[in-house]
Design a binder for this molecule. Structure first.
Ligand SMILES: [Zn+2]
Length: 255
C-alpha cells in the first residue's frame, strides 16, 4: 500500500503490502483518523526503516521460544475479548494481549480477567495513535498513562510494548525503551483487520510456514479496524490453534 507501506516495518519484513489494523480500515474510520497518515508527509519524525529496526534490535520473533506466541492487539473489547478467551481456554492455549489504555479504563474487569486466565498483558498505547504524529513527550506520556491504566486494572505493569500499526518513530522507540518497555512486533499476521476477509483466509495466512519462535498478530477488537472484524478473528482462532497443534507447535508466552 503506497504511503503506509513506506512507513511500516513489517511491510518489508514479512513481504506483505499492508499495514496492520486501521490504516486499511473502513473509509469511515480512516477518513476520521488516518487520512492524514495516508496523504500528508511524515516529515518531522522519520519512521524506523527495516534495516535500522534490525540494527537497533526491535524483535519480531522470539528465537528462543519452543512454540509460537499468539498476540492480540487493540482490546479489551466487550465482545471480542471474552470470545477469544473462551476459545483459548477450550484449547488450553496461552496468548499475549497488547492492551489499549483507554479501553482498559472503560472495562478494567475485562483486562483483569485476561490476566487471571494466565495470559500475558502487554501495552499497545493509551490511545491508538500513530507515533509518527506524536512528539517524544507525547509518546512518553501516552505510554505512562496506558501502563498505569493496565497496572491499576490488572495489578501488573506491562513489560512488552508494540506501538499502534507496529510503527515506531525514532523518538517513540527511545521513549519506550527509556520507560523500560521491550518492543515486540510480529512475524506472522492474519490481516484480520480487513473488511473483506474470511476466517479461513485469516487462519491460513496467520499460520503459513509457521515455525517455533514466530509471533502471530491478531486482533480481539474492532475499535480501530473494520466493523466486527473481531468476529472473523474469533471464528478463525480454533483453526489457527488446530493448525499449530498439527504442526507440533505449542502456544507460548514471551519469556
Ligand atoms: Zn492496534
Amino acid at each position: 500500500m503506497k504511503g503506509t507501506g513506506r512507513a511500516s516495518l513489517e511491510h518489508h519484513n514479512v513481504n506483505e503490502t499492508a499495514s496492520p489494523s486501521g490504516l486499511r480500515a473502513s473509509p469511515r474510520r480512516r477518513g476520521r483518523d488516518h487520512r492524514g497518515v495516508l496523504t500528508h508527509g511524515l516529515a518531522p519524525l522519520a519512521p524506523v526503516a527495516p534495516p535500522v529496526a534490525r540494527a537497533i534490535g526491535v524483535p519480531r520473533r522470539l528465537p528462543a521460544a519452543a512454540g509460537v506466541a499468539i498476540t492480540f492487539d487493540d482490546g479489551p473489547h466487550p465482545e471480542g475479548t471474552p470470545a477469544v478467551l473462551e476459545v483459548l481456554a477450550g484449547a488450553g492455549a496461552r496468548a499475549t494481549f497488547f492492551l489499549v489504555g483507554e479501553q482498559v479504563e472503560r472495562r478494567p474487569q475485562l483486562a483483569s480477567r485476561i490476566a487471571a486466565a494466565g495470559h500475558a498483558i502487554a501495552l499497545h498505547g493509551h490511545r491508538h495513535r500513530l507515533q509518527l504524529r506524536m512528539s517524544a513527550a507525547e509518546v512518553a506520556a501516552d505510554l505512562a498513562r496506558g501502563a498505569a491504566a493496565i497496572a491499576e486494572a490488572t495489578g501488573r505493569r506491562p513489560r512488552l510494548h508494540r506501538p499502534p500499526y507496529g510503527i515506531y518513530s525514532g523518538a517513540g522507540l527511545r521513549a519506550a525503551r527509556e520507560a523500560g518497555f521491550e518492543p515486540l512486533l510480529w512475524s506472522r499476521w492474519g490481516k484480520d483487520w480487513r473488511r473483506f476477509t474470511t476466517p479461513r483466509r485469516i487462519a491460513a495466512r496467520a499460520t503459513r510456514d509457521v515455525t517455533a519462535g514466530d509471533v502471530i498478530l491478531l486482533h480481539d477488537a474492532d475499535f480501530y479496524s473494520s466493523r466486527h472484524s473481531h468476529r472473523r478473528t474469533v471464528a478463525a482462532l480454533p483453526t489457527i490453534l488446530s493448525l499449530l497443534r498439527s504442526a507440533g507447535l505449542d502456544t507460548v508466552l514471551p519469556a
